[in-house]
Design a protein around this ligand. Sequence first.
Ligand SMILES: C[S@@+](CC[C@H](N)C(=O)[O-])C[C@H]1O[C@@H](n2cnc3c(N)ncnc32)[C@H](O)[C@@H]1O
Length: 221
Amino acid sequence: MRHPQWVRLHGRLADCTLLPAPQFCDNLTVARLARQVPGDLVECGTWRGGMIAALAATLPGRHCVLFDSFAGLPDAQDVDGPAAVHWSQHLRDHDNCSAEERWVHEAMGRVGQRDYDVRAGWFDETVGAWATMQRPIAVLRLDADWYDGTRLCLDALMPLVVPGGVVIVDDYFDWDGASRAVHDHLAAAASPERLRTSPADEFAYLIRSGPRPPDPRRSGS
Ligand SMILES: C[S@@+](CC[C@H](N)C(=O)[O-])C[C@H]1O[C@@H](n2cnc3c(N)ncnc32)[C@H](O)[C@@H]1O
């Protein structure tokens, strides 16, 4: 769905995200599925922070957590597939996706979001340490392109996603490593989770299964 206000929001954040408007709006449509679910909004691979800022604006009142090296992508490996290795060796668009950290503060400021935590560094130095706090996650957005980062974040953070929470895998249809990471994670966890395609066919996501907290509006029968 492309609500006019989401298209306007994209316009305000366009220099802070690599996502074009249709994909940006598709993310907001899916993230809204978790609007009744308690927990943080977490993005692994923020670049300049425009997408997580938009999630914060669309699901207000949440703590946001931003993970990024701000030094760009690590080199793609064979597991990421030949197209990724070619990109990594020869193309490296957007300065290999590097970004100055000041941009994420700019993006959060534009939507008035003050409650956020930037964890700068490689995921293997930041994500596990954050996960020890055991904070519940309502929306986990993975946008790390390659196998290693995607797998590490899934292994560490999926257990924190609350039933009914949403896990978005931005690169599932783009890079072999991202899809392999999802499949390997789910297989290793013996997980029955089902993958879904976003409404505009932009990315894959899943809705965390498991018993949800009782809805007080339906109790008393
Ligand atoms: C495609 S960009 C993210 C785009 C962003 N979500 C947006 O809204 O435009 C991928 C990001 O993942 C980060 N990244 C990838 N692998 C990483 C790793 N292992 N550790 C830390 N950051 C990583 C890169 O620094 C880069 O900023």
